[in-house]
Design a protein around this ligand. Structure first.
Ligand code: ADP
Ligand code: RBF
Ligand code: MG
Length: 181
């Protein structure tokens, strides 16, 4: 199967990690963090179905600081045509990082999707799908090292999650602190 690196977008998404069919890690050996559909369903064109690469970060108090860094991500967008039971479009990302068994369901995930690799496909066997994903991850990881895609890792969008804007001071608090004379 041929893969290309076609620059797209970039598309930025932010939403909760939701549960899927649970077969990414169990059946395929490639866990994917599924994004809440409300974070993309209305803005992402149906024609964007395919396999993509980008960068991803997740928050979460149970995660270690290294888990919360910006990681390479290889993504699947669409209706998973290999399976017949997927009715709803998914946007799901394998993050190129070892979370050491920690999961992060319900946490906030930010994603920048910046290049297309190939369309979604239906394979002759589960093994063939796994092999295709394995090649996508290898190919995608090296594509993300390129001078075109690497800069998105430092996109200001990610800094917003790590350092949310400080809450504005309550009105009147400055007055209270001011000397009264
Ligand atoms: P589901 O069908 O519920 O998405 P998966 O088998 O695809 O289940 O597993 C995904 C979950 O595994 C993620 O939501 C996340 O909590 C966890 N996970 C652990 N490591 C990773 C990783 N490297 N990339 C993506 N998700 C991971
Ligand atoms: N599902 C498909 O049905 N066809 C595909 O071509 C396909 N490619 C994928 C490529 C990558 C890199 C990843 C991470 C997933 C892909 N998937 C594909 C989705 C896969 O079926 C899904 O993650 C699992 O079924 C778990 O939900
Ligand atoms: Mg998944």
């Amino acid at each position: 199967m041929q893969r290309v690196v076609e620059l797209i977008g970039p598309h930025r998404f932010s939403g909760r990690v939701v549960t899927g069919f649970q077969r990414g890690s169990k059946d395929l050996g490639w866990p994917t963090a599924n994004l809440d559909p409300s974070a993309f369903e209305r803005t992402l064109d149906a024609a964007t179905e395919g396999v993509y690469v980008g960068w991803a970060a997740v928050s979460g108090d149970s995660l270690r600081p290294e888990d919360r860094a910006v990681h390479k991500a290889v993504l699947s967008v669409g209706w998973n045509p290999h399976f017949d039971d997927v009715q709803q479009r998914t946007l799901e990302a394998y993050l190129c990082h070892d979370f050491s068994g920690r999961d992060f369901y319900g946490e906030q995930m930010q994603l920048i999707v910046c290049a297309f690799l190939r369309p979604q496909a239906k394979f002759d066997s589960l093994e063939a799908l796994i092999e295709a994903i394995t090649t996508d991850v290898d190919f995608g990881r090296s594509a993300l090292d390129s001078s075109e895609l690497m800069p998105f890792k430092d996109d200001p969008f990610f800094a917003m999650l790590a350092n949310p804007p400080a809450e504005a001071p309550l009105r009147g608090s400055e007055d209270a602190a001011r000397p009264t004379d």
